[in-house]
Design a protein around this ligand. Structure first.
Ligand SMILES: Cc1cc2nc3c(=O)[nH]c(=O)nc-3n(C[C@H](O)[C@H](O)[C@H](O)COP(=O)(O)O)c2cc1C
Length: 217
């Protein structure tokens, strides 16, 4: 075993406070159960439980994934914000199928969501952009996310320039800033178990309602 492997194995996985999970007494919709689990994670003092992994597919069919912040959850789905010109924004325009994953170590729970992503209304995009502090708006206006940065000076200049624009035009909105919602086709709730009989409950959309199935761990 290498020292690195020894370090890895010395750290416990799924050490969080296990939650009761009665799969016979769950709500009809995955949104309602997600809300309960989210509250439990907050209650258990989960670190940044609103951060989720968003997985998309690039031009070659290769998966890509990154952290984004959950901004809302309703009948439209799980909402997040991103720049349409960023790699994830372009990937979502080309291939709107995506997945979201949450893992909350504090409660030893995972939620996996798969579905289709839609850009929300222009009003919603504008409102989210305007709710952000000036520096964040300036940074969005620069765009170029994930392009190669040749020097830190280039970033300083670009930020300076866009901060001046924002100060001069306080109503300026980036046309590329997007609010998106992932509308779920299926949502799986995974709960740890002391005897490795992990409980997995999947909601799958069936017309206007949801079918529920237990999954082998
Ligand atoms: C905790 C955390 C939260 C983040 N939230 C967002 C977010 O809500 N929206 C966003 O566009 N990028 C967010 N990022 C940055 C992305 O992970 C990513 O680096 C960036 O969006 C570029 O991704 P892309 O090249 O796949 O488009 C966040 C990063 C971290 C570490």
């Amino acid at each position: 075993m290498t020292p690195f492997q020894a370090r890895l194995t010395s750290i416990k996985t799924l050490a969080g406070a296990r939650q009761p999970f009665d799969t016979q007494a769950v709500p009809d919709t995955p949104q309602a159960l997600f809300s309960d689990w989210f509250d439990a994670a907050v209650e258990a003092k989960a670190n940044e439980p609103q951060v989720m992994t968003l997985s998309t597919i690039d031009d070659d069919g290769t998966p890509d994934a990154r952290s984004v912040v959950l901004l809302n959850m309703d009948e439209q789905g799980w909402h997040f914000a991103a720049n349409a010109t960023s790699p994830k924004g372009r990937q979502l325009t080309q291939r709107p199928n995506a997945a979201i994953t949450f893992y909350w170590p504090a409660t030893a729970q995972q939620v996996r969501i798969r579905g289709t992503v839609q850009r929300l209304s222009e009003d919603a995009c504008r409102a989210d952009f305007m709710s952000r502090p000036e520096r964040s708006r300036a940074s969005i206006l620069i765009g170029r996310q994930s392009e190669v940065l040749e020097s830190a000076d280039d970033l300083r200049h670009a930020l300076h320039e866009q901060l001046a624009r924002v100060a001069a035009q306080p109503d300026l909105v980036s046309p590329h800033w997007g609010m998106y919602a992932l509308s779920p086709r299926e949502v799986e709730f995974w709960q740890s178990d002391a005897e490795r009989r992990f409980t997995r409950l999947r909601y799958r959309r069936a017309g206007a309602t949801w079918e529920r199935s237990l999954l082998w761990p």
